[in-house]
Design a protein around this ligand. Structure first.
Ligand code: ATP
Ligand code: MG
Length: 179
């Protein structure tokens, strides 16, 4: 799957609607500390269905909504639109995918895929089929790098197994041993 475009509005520090086009090839995001680089990565995870406020560095999910500053009032909602192209199927066909997640204060999250209202579960399924998603090992957050370096060997092994997609085998083995 290729992410083509991101639109953010009221999401964390992106108070004004912002649109980013991601061209083929390697993309780098540069800027001073606190300018919103990590917030961008979090927007990608969030629109793909991230359910943990903690992994969005917040206490509750509404913390992703622009909270206001001394000169700007807070926003009532946050919205992220991700336009992506699916990986080529056996016939070489790619599909366009537009996923929208919106959260309003007091109203929770709502999702749309290609203009249709869907459940969080449907979004998770789309990305699970594409072997990506909010918990994909392809998305490595800043703190995670330090955690890998500081980890004890057994912990690091667990991380590598998770990345290799074999962590589930341990659960199944334990299950089988108990039978
Ligand atoms: P670094 O280089 O230090 O990693 P960064 O570019 O990754 O910085 P981010 O962590 O993405 O920066 O952005 C942090 C900024 O986002 C902070 O200034 C913080 O106040 C702001 N921010 C986060 N959530 C909100 C929110 N809900 N409303 C307004 N601002 C927010
Ligand atoms: Mg950062």
């Amino acid at each position: 799957m290729r992410i083509r475009r991101l639109k953010l509005s009221g999401f964390k520090s992106f108070v004004e609607p912002a649109e980013l086009r991601i061209e083929p090839g390697l993309t780098g995001v540069v800027g001073p500390n606190g300018c919103g680089k990590s917030n961008l990565l979090e927007a990608i995870r969030w629109v793909m269905g991230e359910a943990s406020a903690k992994s969005m560095r917040g206490g509750g999910m509404e913390d992703v909504i622009f909270a206001g500053t001394a000169t700007r009032p807070p926003r009532a909602f946050a919205e992220v639109v991700m336009t992506a192209e699916t990986a080529a199927d056996a016939q070489g066909r790619r599909e366009d995918l537009e996923v929208v997640r919106r959260i309003e204060r007091g109203a929770g999250s709502a999702y749309r895929i290609n203009g249709r209202d869907v459940r969080a579960k449907d979004v998770a399924l789309v990305f699970a089929d594409a072997a990506t998603g909010a918990h994909s090992p392809a998305l490595v957050s800043q703190g995670r790098i330090a955690a890998v370096i500081a980890a004890k060997p057994a912990e690091r092994r667990a991380m590598l197994e998770e990345a290799a997609g074999i962590a589930g085998l341990h659960v199944r083995r334990k299950d089988a041993e108990q039978k």
